[in-house]
Each structure stands twice: as structure tokens, then as C-alpha cells.
Ligand binder design. Sequence first.
Ligand SMILES: Cc1cc2nc3c(=O)[nH]c(=O)nc-3n(C[C@H](O)[C@H](O)[C@H](O)COP(=O)(O)OP(=O)(O)OC[C@H]3O[C@@H](n4cnc5c(N)ncnc54)[C@H](O)[C@@H]3O)c2cc1C
Length: 255
Amino acid sequence: MSRQQVLPQKDPEAAALLEQNFLDRGVQLLKGARATEITRSGKSVEVFCSDGRTAKGTHALLAIGSEPNSQELGLANTEVVVDESGYIEVDHNLRSSVPNIYAAGDLSGKLPLSSVASMQGRKIAEHIMGLHEGREHRHLDYDKAASAIFTEPEIADVGLAEAEAFATGRKIRVTKVPFSSNAKALINNDPLGFVKIVSDPNTGHVLGGSIVGQHAAELISVVALAVSANLKVQDIHESLFVYPTLSEALLEAAE
Ligand SMILES: Cc1cc2nc3c(=O)[nH]c(=O)nc-3n(C[C@H](O)[C@H](O)[C@H](O)COP(=O)(O)OP(=O)(O)OC[C@H]3O[C@@H](n4cnc5c(N)ncnc54)[C@H](O)[C@@H]3O)c2cc1C
């Protein structure tokens, strides 16, 4: 990996836990290693890095991002503006520079997630039908989209990240609860991981959260709802969740 942590965009504590899990399973991590060449010889492949390090194995799997496939859409015959990376430029209604041409999904250059693509399609349909007029119409807030990585353990997050808040100097309150103190995780004999809630220390509003561990992708929905509905930590804390469940860790983190 070319950076110093796996999943460079994610919570460093979450990434560290995943890295440790990789190491425990015998995975070798080459940090800060930029791959420059892959060679194949017989049934083995070798990856060469710019600093001289190499990695040898039976397969090489590249996971280094994506780029838009907008060149073959015939957009050159229209006035649709495409940015230098190939994404269609859209306004907050997903409308391109040509009023009756919209872009949904990865091509809009917003957030490459299935959930986002699907909701964008719905928002476009609402806009075309004029359903947004005369009533409160919510534009998509990409900062509030939950996402997950289905690694083992799973990692999920939503909203403002702790590291992001520190980088911008924003004051936040962070509460973290390990699954090792959660009854259901102990019953499941899988206490690895934690839940973390980021909130506004003055108002108590939930700003974001990260979860690592079993069912993280399911559990983050509670935090996602809190973030998009502008709920406070107290709203989570005073909810009566089922005992014993993993989501009780969120109640505790919200306390
Ligand atoms: C390996 C991988 C794992 C992922 N996992 C997740 C995940 O767990 N959760 C999640 O939310 N997101 C995930 N994503 C992201 C998600 O798949 C995309 O954000 C989503 O599919 C975007 O939808 P889309 O409609 O923009 O593009 P696509 O789903 O790529 O659909 C575009 C369609 O347009 C068609 N097409 C292309 N060019 C033309 C043309 N000229 N004419 C007609 N048709 C054309 C293509 O064939 C394709 O069917 C993952 C992506 C990858 C690559």
C-alpha cells in the first residue's frame, strides 16, 4: 500500500485494528510502498515497488480506485460539461449544464456508493416530475452518507470523523465503547472492535460515528439516522434498545 495505514480515508483507530487483524492472520503489510511494476513468471507474480521492495505470490489483486467511463456516451455532441477527470458537472439537483440531461451515480463525481446512486436517481425523478416544488425538498447531503467496508472485521462510518474534526480545529466530543464490554458480543464470543460516536460538546448533536467489528455495516444505520435527523446523543441514550444486542454499545457510547 502506498500510504502509511490501510484505508487511509478511515478512522486511524479502526484502520489500526484491521491492520492488527491482518498481521495476526499472517498478512504482510508493506507500508508506504508504491507499486510500479508487476511481473509474471510461471504460476507466480512479483510486485516491484518504487523504493526497491518486492512482494511475491500466486496472484496480484489491484484495488486502486476507478475512473469515469464518460467518453463513449456521445456527450461530445451535446453541451454537457464534463470536468477534466471525466465526471459530468451537475448542480444540486443532479442536472447537467443541459437542463434536460441529468447524471446519477458514479458519473456525477459525488460519492461512489450504490445507496447514493439509487437515491440520486430518485431525486432526479422527483425533480423531473416537479415534486420538489411547493413542499420541503431535501437535497442529498453527501456528508451524511453511511458507508462500510466488508473486511473482517467490518468497518463502517458516517458523518464527521474524529481526525477530520481535529484537522479543522472543530471542537467535538468523542465517546468510544469496546465490544469487549457488550453482553451480546461476549455471548457471540466475538468481542473485537468498538463503536465511536462523535458529537457536538455544546449541543449534544450527533455529528458522526465509526464502528469496527461484527455487523458494523448494520449498526451504523442508527448513527446515520441520528446524523441525518439531527438527533442528539441523549435521543440515542434514552432509547430503549433490546437486551442483549450489539447496538447497546451505541446506547453506552451516547451516555
Ligand atoms: C468492487 C466494488 C465493490 C463495491 N462495493 C460497494 C458496496 O459494498 N456498497 C456500495 O454502496 N457501493 C459499492 N461499490 C460502488 C458501487 O458499485 C457504485 O457506486 C455503483 O454501482 C454506481 O452505480 P452507477 O449506476 O453509477 O454505475 P454502474 O453500477 O457501474 O452502472 C453503470 C451501467 O451503465 C452501463 N453503461 C456504461 N456505458 C454505457 C453506454 N455507453 N451505454 C449504455 N450503458 C452503459 C454499464 O454497463 C453499467 O451497467 C462497489 C464498487 C466496486 C467496483
